[in-house]
Ligand binder design. Sequence first.
Ligand code: B16
Ligand code: MG
Length: 217
Amino acid sequence: MRKYEYRGVIFDLDGVLTDTAHYHYLAWKKLAESVGASFDEAFNEQLKGVDRMGSLNLILAASGKDFSATDKLTLADEKNLHYQSLIAQLSPADLLPGAAESLQQIRAAGLKTALASVSKNAQAVIERLGIAEQFDVVVDAAKIKNSKPDPEIFLTAAAGLGLTADECFGVEDSIAGIRAIKAARMFALGIGSPAVLTEADVVIAGLHHFSLQDYLK
Ligand code: B16
Ligand code: MG
């Protein structure tokens, strides 16, 4: 399918390995309603993969009201506390179908694995899911300056693995994340709907459809 043999796979977290994307949605929806901004699944697609303050700014812009910098920090904290309460009970049972098997398949084949999540909660989430040891490198909000769709997070992950962009492919469920992977000049495997992830190279419904052989030929 492509001319490179891959040596590393870089995974997004929310919506790919676990359904925390749904918890982000619930927490943002509650916040949006509290400030009088309309919020639905379509609007939420724009927030996926976007960092906390970036997401908040999009919601507040939709409310048509002005908020001070202090108000914004308070609102971001409120959303995060709500989100953290929703993920408090995460366990390995919350891995999406095929997630654990995909990681095992990739590592058994001798490829390296990295996590690329702009979430400040990413480390806590992978620990609760019991997969923290499955990554050679974890790149989260603390290690990057620019949120997806900037390629920085995927390029930082590849560099952390000691690989070039050509040697890696990225796995993402968000429009911003697919754009980040393509901006990093990597092959982009989308998780979700081809109608939404139009810029991905290939889209599968979930990791239960993942087979490494499809990407190594
Ligand atoms: P936090 P990902 C992203 O994680 C989510 O997709 C996005 O919806 C969320 O706003 C962002 O993390 C920040 O999360 O508020 O926990 O720092 O998709 O890059 O794994
Ligand atoms: Mg995601």
